[in-house]
Every structure is written in C-alpha cells, then in structure tokens.
Design a protein around this ligand. Structure first.
Ligand code: G1P
Length: 292
C-alpha cells in the first residue's frame, strides 16, 4: 500500500441521526457492539494504513478517546478476569496512531480534506467516509491500491447504483476498462437522474495523490455553497489523472437510517454468537408478519 495515512472526515453534525447525535457523534453509533468508525478503521488497518488523520469538530472527542489507551478500564477488566474483551480493548487502542485536526466551520467535504493537508504532507493518502461501511475479503482500499500502484493515478471506489439514486452520490463520466477499472473523464456531485452521465457512484473510498491539495485550495464553493471534493476530482479527471475501481463486496450506507438498519442486520447475522439466535428471531418475525 503506497498510502500510509487515511483521512477520516468526522466533523459533521449527523443531522440525519438527530436526536441521538445531539450528544453522541454519528461515527460512534454502534453496529452490534462496535462503533461505525471501528469498522472503517479496521478496513484501513487491514489495508496497511497505520496512521489516521481525523478531521473533527467540537463535541467529537469521544472518537479520539475510543482509539486511546484507557488504563483504568484495562485494570478493571484484568481484575475481573474478562480476558477476551480486555484483549479487544487493548488491540483497538494500539492498532493505529491517531492525529486530529479541527474543521472549524462546516464548509464541505473538500474543505475537510484540505484541513488535513499539513498532517498528510506531500504523499499519497487515503480518504475514508465513515458512514459507508464495506465488507469484503480484500479490503476496499486494497482493491483501489492495485490500480493506484499500476497507474500512479489517484483512484476512487465505484459502485453501480439505480438511476433513481444518482442524486445521493458523486457520479462519474467515464469508460470501463479491464478488471472493474474505469478511465474517469469527469465527476459530477449529486446529479438528477435525467442528467447523470452514468450510474457509477463514488462510494466514499479514495486514494489520492497530494496534487489534490492545491486544486482544493483554489476551488470555488460548489453544490450547496460547499467546497466539494467531487469538484476537485472532476478537475483531476479532466486532466486525465483519475481512475476508478469498482468495489467487489457488500456496501452499506450507514449514514442513512434505512441503510443503518440493513447494516445492523448484516453484522448481527455475521456475529459468531448472536447470528444463529438473531436469524431465528428474524425468521419468526417475517413469518408472523406474513400471517397478518
Ligand atoms: C459524499 C460525497 C459524494 C459521495 C458520497 C458517498 O456525499 O460528496 O460524492 O458519493 O459521500 O457516500 P454525502 O453522502 O456526504 O452527502
């Protein structure tokens, strides 16, 4: 993996999950027993990333605490003989180094990435949107890295979406090549279905060359008056410096309430202990609904 750092934008208010997000950062809402951010950080670590650059805001310090060592909790678990969970708690606090920077105003995803510039430096880096949760044998970022290493170009993760949903995503214009790779000619943020150039959506995983920073720095506000990462990607694409890779695996948009419920079912069923009784419960539930 060329990139060693992953930027995780986590400064938003999480308005779609209010009132819970009035006091709990969206990134800390759990899927079964692991916060959303845990899942995406595991993906990064499995891909070879060892440093996170969290872009945070006021009220978000529990995210940093989650990846920090908690000596009192570790002592408590040790004394109580709770070895298994102690091991997991220890692993989480030692698996990755966390750097953090504040995004002082909500000026958009592109602006959030620009806030990470000094901590990233002049090297390739990953960007992970923590409400998109990927489950795959080969971690999503690693799938992107194969193309990044081959072409030297920035690479974005892609997935085909129904035409009715193009207004929820960055959508590319481009041509398919071999092995799920795309030559990207342009990127447009959240187009109406009638205007979308393709149905290939940007799914919140990016491997970027540092050349993106001066582009972001000079970008005027775009859709919604915000500095859009998609607009910077569009400039890279027009220069012929952007590739796409179709993600092989299961994706859940846990930033959306229905997507979050679906992700909960997915991870609940995958859980070694909870999976079988949860499946029995779901079957009974569905058959009792069918009787009505
Ligand atoms: C952001 C990006 C968009 C991307 C999407 C993936 O939008 O701006 O290009 O397709 O994430 O989830 P958001 O969902 O933050 O509105």
């Amino acid at each position: 993996m060329k990139a060693t750092k992953a930027v995780i934008p986590a400064a938003g208010f999480g308005t779609r999950f209010l009132p819970a997000t009035k006091t709990v950062p969206k990134e800390m809402i759990p899927l079964v027993d692991r916060p959303l951010i845990h899942e995406v950080v595991m993906e990064a670590v499995r891909s070879g990333i060892d440093r996170l650059v969290l872009v945070t805001a006021a009220g978000k310090s529990s995210i940093e605490d989650y990846f920090d060592i908690n000596p009192a909790l570790e002592r408590f678990l040790e004394e109580k003989g709770k070895g298994e969970i102690l091991e997991e708690v220890r692993r989480i606090s030692r698996m990755v180094e966390v750097l953090a920077v504040r995004q002082k105003e909500p000026r958009g995803l592109g602006h959030a990435v620009l806030c990470a510039r000094d901590l990233v430096g002049a090297e390739p880096f990953a960007v992970i949107l923590p409400d998109e949760i990927m489950d795959s044998e080969i971690p999503c970022l690693m799938q992107l890295d194969a193309l990044f290493s081959r072409t030297g170009q920035s690479v974005i993760g892609l997935q085909e979406v129904p035409r009715s949903e193009t207004g929820k995503y960055g959508i590319i214009d481009g041509d398919p090549e071999q092995g799920g790779a795309y030559r990207v000619r342009g990127v447009v943020e959240k187009p109406d279905p009638a205007k979308a150039p393709t149905r290939m959506a940007v799914i919140g995983r990016y491997l970027l060359a540092p050349e993106i920073f001066p582009i972001l720095e000079n970008l005027p506000p775009g859709a919604g008056g915000e500095i859009q990462l998609a607009d910077a990607l569009d400039i890279l694409a027009r220069r012929g410096e952007l590739a796409g890779q179709v993600f092989q695996g299961t994706r859940h948009d846990a930033g959306d309430k229905l997507g979050f419920l679906m992700a909960t079912v997915h991870y609940g069923l995958k859980d070694r202990r909870l999976g079988p009784p949860f499946l029995r419960f779901l079957r009974e539930k569905i058959s009792s609904l069918g009787e009505k």
